[in-house]
Design a protein around this ligand. Structure first.
Ligand code: NAD
Length: 489
């Protein structure tokens, strides 16, 4: 039985957006994609109408109906007061996974890495992108890095499921857990836990700095690479660029109920309206969409025709090279060339066959209830804005009044470096101090502290002239410290 048409929300975008979207949609139509389009407007004009994220209610309504978004790049307005449309859409629709296949078109497009075929799987919703930032003192600004167990389980699970579904052999995890022992530590731990459920897939972990260097130097040593939001943001652009150009790659943003597909490049305003832009990135995004909506036959046809076009030397200006390219074409002519090659396969570049539709097993991404931990409050880090420079004085003053709350200072750090007890005179000191406090007797084991004691400690700090700028409670979970200890604790 023929599949019914799948409704898709389509946005033409800004700059080169309308041209590359027109080219992409013509190819999809010619290839027999079973889709019905709902066109919406996003970006510059919508920002100008006063919508701070460049997206209006009628677009949300369309997305609720279709749950699939094919989006051309938009121009982000300069200046304050505007929110990123991409970040807003990803968070609002729960698009937790960003998938970016980065492959080369060697020898038809220049690259230093002919054998490269890497898929970056980037966590899309948390990490340092929560937007929780504060200025706390004259000198110090803070951005909170939030890594959650369910968020990490989803992205790591997705990376392994993607590997299995796409015949990939290895999943690599990048983290910096040698430094960020709790946040990156849990990311790495969950990678090991979930990886154990996929014995057929090879697994490895690299500290992100050397991993990134290796990815840039020998990308063919990688297959699927999973990482947290910021690392993935940076390295997915690096991977796309070294594969040939950021102008060639597409990406998928996947959630449990919604998905968004796009090119990875921007709206290239300087090239707009000149029939010059390369539509390959958006076509690649649309191919990921076709696979997602269960039309891998159409996806394979479009991908093979695209590869054949590039192989035949039909190139837009950005990849055109005298001697190697055969024909320099504009956006429209490139689309015509792809359409003319539908049904053909490349002969030098490997042809693809995306196989049977593989619907997402949504159950896998619904967080499982976990037993509550035995959580014991055992102290508090009190952060203060203090303009003096002698940590011994700070410890003495706090210890004098903390007596009353049944607590004492166990450690003081400045920018995370322990300065009391036994600091180094050379340590650079700012106006931002962390005073770790616990109940008397803490050195002999976990001594519970009441919230009321903490409130009292803060009251005493304020009465003694200290500007406390924030607190972080110190918990134990089943006897295991829920905070990073400093040396000697
Ligand atoms: P850009 O990706 O638009 O352009 C970078 C360079 O690549 C330019 O030289 C451009 O001419 C070239 N280029 C990009 N796509 C091309 C294509 N398809 N064919 C040929 N050449 C291409 O990045 P930018 O100049 O930093 O940003 C322009 C605008 O796009 C900004 O407003 C930015 O905020 C926005 N942007 C939007 C998205 C998105 O909507 N997903 C992503 C990135 C940037």
């Amino acid at each position: 039985m023929a599949q019914q048409n799948v409704p898709i929300t389509v946005a033409m975008g800004d700059g080169i957006g309308p041209e590359i979207m027109d080219a992409t949609l013509r190819i999809l139509q010619a290839a027999g994609a079973r889709i019905t389009l709902e066109e919406v407007e996003i970006g510059e004009k919508v920002y100008a109408r006063g919508y701070s994220a460049g997206i209006e209610d009628s677009t949300w309504a369309s997305l609720e109906r279709t749950r699939v978004f094919l989006k051309a790049p938009i121009t982000t307005p300069q200046g304050g007061g505007f929110k990123s449309l991409n970040v807003t859409t990803r968070k609002a629709l729960g698009l937790f996974a960003n998938i970016r296949p980065c492959r080369t078109y060697y020898p038809f497009v220049d690259t230093k890495h002919p054998g490269m075929d890497v898929v970056i799987v980037r966590e899309n919703e948390e990490d340092l992108y929560a937007g929780i930032e504060h200025r706390q003192t004259d000198e110090v600004y803070q951005c909170l890095k939030l890594i959650t167990r369910p968020g990490t389980e989803k992205i790591v699970r997705y990376a392994f499921e993607y590997a299995v579904a796409n015949g990939r052999k290895k999943v690599t995890c990048f983290s910096k857990d040698n430094i960020m022992k709790m946040t990156d530590g849990i990311f790495h731990k969950i990678f090991d836990e979930i990886g154990a459920e996929y014995p057929q897939i090879e697994k490895e972990h690299w500290i992100i700095d050397i991993g990134a260097a290796k990815l840039a130097d020998t990308p063919h040593a990688f297959d699927v690479v999973v990482m947290a939001n910021l690392y993935g943001d940076i390295l997915s652009d690096v991977a796309a660029q070294i594969a040939g150009s950021v102008g060639l790659a597409g990406s998928a943003n996947i959630g449990v109920n919604y998905a968004m597909f796009e090119a990875i490049h921007g709206s290239a305003p300087r090239r707009a309206g000149q029939n010059m832009a390369n539509p390959t990135g958006l076509i690649n995004g649309a191919i990921l969409m076709l696979i997602h909506i269960g039309q891998p036959d159409v996806a394979s046809n479009v991908q093979n025709a695209l590869l054949k076009t590039i192989e035949d030397g039909v190139h837009t200006y950005d990849i055109f090279r005298e001697g190697r390219s055969k024909q320099k074409v504009g956006t429209k002519e490139f689309a015509d060339a792809v359409i003319a090659r539908l049904g053909q396969k490349p002969t030098v570049l490997p042809a693809v066959d995306f196989g049977e539709p593989r619907p997402m097993n949504r159950e896998l991404y619904i967080p499982k209830p976990r037993p509550a931990h035995n959580k014991v409050l055992a102290g508090v880090d009190i952060f203060v804005h203090w303009n003096e420079k002698n940590p011994d004085v700070l410890a003495d003053q706090f210890n004098a009044f903390l007596q009353e709350a049944g607590m004492e200072v166990t450690m003081i750090s400045n920018r995370g470096t322990k300065v009391w007890p036994k600091g180094h005179p050379e340590t650079f000191l700012t106006d931002h101090w962390r005073i770790r406090t616990k109940a008397h007797g803490w050195a002999d084991g976990i001594v519970p502290v009441k919230h009321a004691q903490i409130v009292e400690a803060l009251n005493l700090a304020q009465q003694n002239g200290f500007d406390f700028i924030k607190t972080e409670n110190l918990y134990y979970f089943d006897g295991e410290a829920g905070y990073v200890k400093s040396a000697g604790e």
